[in-house]
Design a protein around this ligand. Structure first.
Ligand code: GDP
Ligand code: MG
Length: 166
């Protein structure tokens, strides 16, 4: 099997850390600055089961200028072109306007979305469950996977789930 996936989420939720953990080497650029990734960077994961091409997207938010508009367009186009979307969140950040905006954008596509809840090493189990309930209210996820990208907890499940949708 082979196909395309994209990883979306707020700055600092651990997108680069997860990519590095999945790929097994430092390819993605880890940065605290939003909008470091201005265009599509593709990272290829291959194993016996096949290949996943990760297409990086600029952030999905309301554009404030021309460059912002361009990036938002690239991001929205990417969402409908890939086989599966990974939406990475951290359980310490509550759902706000940004998350609702992303959920609305996701409803415009038929691409399956996997909610990946990162940094589970930092919170209690019951908090994760409550967090999952909240996210279920804003979008009908194909799957929900709690992980710790930093510790490599459950990250293999992410790969297995992606392959289901390729
Ligand atoms: P990005 O902006 O979404 O690419 O986020 P980064 O990958 O740059 O991570 C932002 C910060 O969160 C870094 O300090 C990471 O070390 C930290 N981080 C990422 N994943 C985890 C995790 O699973 N657990 C903990 N405790 N910290 C994490
Ligand atoms: Mg990053």
């Amino acid at each position: 099997k082979s196909g395309f996936a994209t990883l979306i989420g707020r700055p600092n939720v651990g997108k680069s850390t997860l990519m590095n953990q999945l790929i097994g080497q430092k390819i993605a650029i880890t940065s605290n600055k939003p909008q470091t990734t201005r265009n599509r960077i593709q990272t290829v994961y291959s194993c016996d089961a096949g290949q996943i091409v990760f297409v990086d997207t600029p952030g999905i938010h309301k554009a404030k200028n021309k460059l912002g508009e361009y990036m938002v367009n690239v991001a929205e186009r990417t969402l409908s072109e890939v086989d599966v979307i990974l939406w990475l969140v951290e359980p310490t950040t509550f759902i706000g306007a940004g998350e609702r905006h992303i959920a609305e954008q996701l409803k415009k596509t038929t691409t399956p979305v996997i909610l990946v809840i990162n940094k589970i090493d930092t919170v209690k189990r019951e908090d994760i469950l409550r967090f999952i309930d909240e996210y279920r209210k804003i979008y009908d996820f194909a799957e929900i996977i709690p992980v710790s990208a930093l510790k490599g907890m459950n990250t293999d499940d992410v790969i297995d789930s992606i392959f289901k949708y390729l």
